[in-house]
Write a protein that binds this ligand. Sequence first.
Ligand code: ZN
Length: 165
Amino acid sequence: VSRAVKRAIAILGAVGLVGLAGSFVYTHVQPEPLCEACHRSIHSETYFRVFLSDGSVEDVCCPRCALRFQEGRTDVTGSDVSDFETRERVDAERAFYVEDSSVAMCRHDAPLKEDRSGVQYQLTWDRCLPSLVAFSTREAAEGFRRENGGAIKTYAELKAEHVLR
Ligand SMILES: [Zn+2]
């Protein structure tokens, strides 16, 4: 095998390695999905999706963020939410919600913020509170409420509190 061929093979090998590394980075180091309202991580247990009339979707971390996001909007065509226990998608209008239980997904990783001078501070007002978790049945919501406290609400009741159409 001539030296030129060896060199060509070495170059091809190097290109291949770079390509492999690139595809690895592309497939494994995707940024984690963040809530489009509060910019924190989206938890599969409480993840809420809002469908808009232009065909786009808005993914938010919890029903509370979803309600705040929808305030004043007229272009929401539908929404669905995770069942807290089964992670199945449930039509948000038909789900049952437990408000202000001891479970608050968003609070677990409320990040320590750092301002430009390096001083750390913690958010004291949390837009995801009081917490809301959703269930596909009233029975499941009731079971959760017995263990974790809170109050059961329908989507209609929550919308009325947030002045949504
Ligand atoms: Zn959020």
